[in-house]
Each structure stands twice: as structure tokens, then as C-alpha cells.
Design a binder for this molecule. Sequence first.
Ligand code: SFD
Ligand code: AMP
Length: 622
Amino acid sequence: MANFETVEVKTDVLILGGGMAACGSAVEAAYWAKKNNLSVALVDKAAMDRSGAVAMGLSAINQYVGVKDGQNSVKDYVDYVRNDLMGITREDLVANIARHVDSTVHLFEKWGLPIWKDKEGHYVHEGRWQLMINGESYKIVVAEAAKNALGMDNIYERVFVTEPLVENGKCVGAVGFSVRENKFYVFKAKAVIAAMGGAVHVFKPRSGGEGLGRSWYPPFNSGASAYFTIKAGAEMTCQEVRFIPVRFKDAYGPVGAWFLLFKSRATNGLGENYMETRRPELENWAPYGKVKPVPANLRNWLMMLDVMEGKGPIFMRTEEAIEKLSKEVSDEKERKKKLKELESEAWEDFLDMTISQALLWAATNTMPEERPSEIAACEPYFIGSHSGASGAWVSGPEDIAPKEYFWGYAHMTTINGLFAAGDASGASSHKFSSGSHAEGRIVAKAACKYAVDNPGEPAVDNAKVEALKERILRPLDLYEKNKNATTDETVNPEYITPHQYMFRLQKLMDEYAGGVTTNFKTSDKLLTKGLELLKFLKEDSEKLGAKNHHELMRCWENIHRTLQAEAHIRTILFREETRWPGYYFRSDKPKMDDSWKVFANCKYDAASDSWEMMKRDIISIY
Ligand code: SFD
Ligand code: AMP
């Protein structure tokens, strides 16, 4: 077996991931740990300064409620999220995050994040809930606070968390491996927080070989949260609610600033505004088709209808928006100044978070004040913290959760001692970077309490750990043993490379589960066939081969993605309706059906490799 030293780490509270939610957990856990004499450790597959979705930075904080400023109430936010998700949301979770998110934003500012201010010193809003930031270093600022709180001795970077450790229905830790050294890690803990983001590259991206890896969602998040919680046996929710953002085409620049701050329109190739010409279609999705703002998936849907009729390309009318805004200033000299300001804001929007989009503008001689840029629907992603909703089914907070949604500790999964935050927890969309951090804080406080209330040492079965070590490192052995069986190491009768495996998964999901190739359309027949093919792929996952540490990580990323893919297909199949037409469309059930106004949940049993599908009631608290 590959020669890896086993390193054991014992801690009270274990934070898995180093992104927005995990950084929130680190800060909060450090506080409660000090009060209660607990130890805390954090594990990230990458380096916290630039790990996760915020690696490149962001240009806006998308969740700020402004409760104290009297701008909005928590209920306003819950109404917004419920409508955007076509009625499927856990109001108790959304409210819990919404009532804490403002203080997280104030912490960001205290730690040095520049938030735009107007002349009166008020935050500059992009839209009702969004604040503009100079966010190139957003993640560094947030990670610094987390690192200071925990101390680097308690942080394990470049360690890929692979499997949960569960004994008698309780999560007692995790195992993983270093992506640089021959080290296999066994983390033993009293409470575990899963915060390893969402998943990308489950579906085939629009880019092919020329831009492999170019997608809206950074390639680092590969379904680890979903895998960890599903594999642990936790009940999952909204596994069908993927997210398909509309973005500037090919380089995936954000559109929010254009639509909300610059008040831009998008028009088709014929110059028509699909939000107007397609408005009657919204009636078909009432009552949600009638709310303001129009839900994200329905905005997508109206645009896709134009695209499917061959009315593309779709353009963001940047030139029109800039001209209109500059014309609001009457003095000629001031107008020119305003124009320059708008141009630089347009470029900064990309440079803060999607540098490649600025490069594409430069490479194609695009001046946003002169001509429009194409936008398009991306491929599907799993990001429950944004406008998707997939994640673990977690307990609500004691004071506001209905009894059916409460089992003792805020945001704990149905597995004792296993908590989830950010993309890892489901049915609480629109948390974004700030809400994920706030949820990380909520969860850390609850996890510390859990560790105090359950002081027993984690009962880890060492024989199971040894078996896991053998299984996890197997791809290295498989490659080493068989690499000479062919002259081309990428094609071998004894192993499959992580790249080839990923292409197979993506092709399957694309064609059968409603990816870009099928315009996000699927059906019971396609899904059933997809499941059959997925079974074969799962069998072949036993034969993944890795020639180094990096490829070993790639192997396990794919295994993680596969379980996310299976949960997704099974739940789309289970929900016999189309509820989010701009995210996916079931051609055999093309309408929204009120009897499906429920959560579609699932649970996996690893021992028998079987799934249980179930409905859960939606209980409104407002
Ligand atoms: O413009 C393992 N988001 C935006 N939020 C905003 O507030 N404003 C924006 O402007 C945003 N935009 C945006 C956003 C996301 C993306 C992908 C883009 C643009 C391109 C949303 C937020 O980024 C998102 O809500 C949060 O980041 C979610 O936080 P969290 O903690 O759930 O996920 P993470 O930050 O990605 O961190 C994940 C961490 O897990 C690590 N990890 N560690 C160990 N072992 C493993 N196996 C692991 N797998 C993953 C990662 O390294 C990372 O540390 S806009 O489009 O709306
Ligand atoms: P985006 O850059 O698309 O992620 O948008 C940032 C934020 O603005 C998210 O909260 C979006 O839901 C929201 N948003 C983007 N476009 C629109 C729009 N046309 N109408 C309403 N909200 C939008």
C-alpha cells in the first residue's frame, strides 16, 4: 500500500472547509471554545486566503438586510427568498440567518473590507439587499480574522477531507489526506461542522478543451459537503434545486451590478426585451410569476425561450445603460466625469471577482460604453447558498422553528454531532457570502454547546479507519501497479484516469439530467436511463487511478461529485412536476403542481447502497 504516515488529530470541534461559512465558524467557535475550555481545529483542502467560491474576490455583498437602519425587516427577506424559490424554503432557517447577517457585514467592515459609501456615509446598495464592495481581497480579509481567532497550529491547509467517521448514528470525525505530503489524517471530534461548499463540474460546462475548467463556479468545490453529509446518512433536502446563473458569455462575469446598479436591459438579437415580450408566460407560473423581483429561474426561463426560438444572441445593453446614467447629469463637464466613473466601475466589477471577463473584454476590443456584450445561461451548479437550495436538512433554531423542524441544536443535520453551514445546509437559499459566514457563526455556537453537552470521547473504530485508508489511497497503488500496461498512460485496461471519469460523468449528466446540450430539459425516461448509466460509472469508480497526490484528490473529487449527481437525478425523478423551469424542465411533467408544494428529501444508506425518498411539509412561520 502507498506509504502514507497516519496522523491523528483529536479536537472537540472540527470545522471542515475554509470558505465563508467555515471562516464564520472559526471566529465564533474560538469565542465559545475559550469560555468552555474546548479545542477547535479547521481543515481546508486549499489555502484559506484564496479558497472556495470567493477565491478571486467579489464585487458585492449580496445579503444585507439593514434591520437596524430600518431599511427592511427579517420578514421582508424571508418573503423575497420564498418567492424566488417558488415557495420551497425553510423560513425558520432563512429568518435565523437574516437576523444575524448584518452583524457579520459589520464585522467584515471592521476587519478592513472596503464597503462603498455615499457622500452621507451610507452604504451604496447595488439592489435592495446587495452592497457594493472593493472586494478583490475579500477572502483574504475574512480568512485573516479566522486564522487569528484559531491560530495556525489548529489549522490544516491542503488536506482533502474524504470520508465521514460515524459510529452509532453520531459523527465522530473525518478522514482525509494531504495533497502535498505522504500523510493520511484521522480527525476525531465531539462535534463536526461540514462547510465544504457546493459542486461544479458535475455537469458538462459550456467550454470544451479550449477552456477546460472555465465555469462560473470556481473548480475547487466538488461536492464534498454533499458527499460527506449523504455518506454519513444525513437526510438531505432540495437536491433537485440546482442553480443556473445567467452570466456574461464565456468568461462568466457577474450581471447583478448591470441589472441592479446600472439598471441595464438585456435584449435579444432582434432588439426585443424578453422580460417584456415574454411577460404573459409568467402567468403560467403564478403566483410566483407575478412577484417582484421576478424569481431568478423565471428570468432565466424567459431568456431561454428566446434562445430556443433562435432569437439570440442575448445582449446586456451596457452602452445604453451607461449613456442613460451619464445623461442624468446635465453639466457637460460633470457628465464626462460621471461617464469615466461609470466606465471604471464597470471594469472594477469584473476585476474584483472575475478577472477573466475583463481579459475577454480587452481581448475582443469591447468598450462597454460603446457596444453591448453577450450574456448566456451557464451550466448547472450545486450552490445552496446562492439561488439554488441543495444541502442537508438541518434543525431550526429553538425560538422560531416549528416543532417539526427542531431537534435540539441549531443547524445540526439529522446525524448527531454533524452540523452544516453555507452550501452544505439546504432549503435556505440567498445566504451568499455574508449569510454563509453568519450561518457558520450560528452553527459554531451550537456545535460548541453540543460538545459541552456531550463530553464523551469520540468512539472511533480503528479497524474501519484502516480500511478507509486502504480504500482512499488505492488509486495510487492501482496506477503504480498497472502503469506499464499501455504506452499511453491515459488509456489503460486496469484503471481510469480522473479526467476520463469526469468527462463520462459530465456527458451523462448533460444528456440525461438536463444539461446545456438539452437546454436543461429532461424527463422520467431520460432520468431512468441516466441512473442506469450512473450505476456503471459508480462501479468504475473503484478503478480510478492516480499518479500523484494531486490526481488522488481529483479521483476523490469525482467520487464526491458522483454521489451529488445521484442525489440530484433521484430527486428530480421523485418530484413529479416542473417548478423551476429556468433551472430544469421535466418535459413529461411540464407544469407546476400544487400537490408538490413540499420539500423533496432523501436519505442514503451506505451499507445497502439504497435511497429513501420522502416528502416533508412546508411550514410557514410568517
Ligand atoms: O455575483 C474542502 N457568491 C456571492 N456572494 C456574495 O455575497 N456576493 C457575490 O457577488 C457573489 N457572487 C458569487 C458567489 C459565488 C460564486 C461561485 C461566484 C460569484 C462566481 C456566493 C458566495 O460565494 C457563497 O455563497 C459562499 O462562498 C458560500 O460559502 P461556503 O463556505 O459554503 O463555501 P465556500 O466559500 O466556497 O468554501 C468552501 C470551502 O471548502 C473547502 N473544501 N476542504 C476540505 N476538504 C474538501 N474535500 C473540500 N472541498 C472543498 C474549500 O477549499 C473552501 O475553503 S455573484 O455571482 O452573486
Ligand atoms: P448576480 O450577479 O446575478 O449573482 O446578482 C447579484 C444579486 O442580484 C443576486 O442577489 C441576484 O439574485 C440579484 N439579481 C441579479 N439580477 C437581477 C435582476 N434582474 N432582478 C433582480 N435581482 C437580480
